[in-house]
Design a protein around this ligand. Structure first.
Ligand SMILES: [Zn+2]
Length: 67
C-alpha cells in the first residue's frame, strides 16, 4: 500500500526537493534558500491544475514530492 503525501495550491512547501504535478508530470524544484521565505505551492503552469476550471480544483491535492 503506497503512502503518498500530496499537496494543494497554497500549502507551504514542507522541504527542499523536487515536486511533480501528478496530472501532467511537470516538475518544479525548491531549494532551501527559497523555502526561507515561506514558499507555497502554485497552480501548475502547464495544465493549470489547482485553478477553477483546471484539471484539479483549488482544494484538491496534486503536487507530489519525488526527490
Ligand atoms: Zn500539471
Amino acid at each position: 500500500m503506497s503512502q503518498e503525501t500530496l499537496y494543494k495550491v497554497g500549502d507551504l512547501v514542507p522541504a527542499a526537493g523536487r515536486y511533480v504535478c501528478t496530472v501532467c508530470g511537470f516538475s518544479i524544484e525548491y531549494l532551501e534558500k527559497h523555502l526561507a521565505y515561506g514558499v507555497k505551492f502554485p497552480v501548475c503552469p502547464v495544465c493549470h491544475a489547482g485553478e477553477e476550471g483546471g484539471a484539479k480544483a483549488p482544494h484538491e491535492d496534486f503536487w507530489k514530492k519525488v526527490a
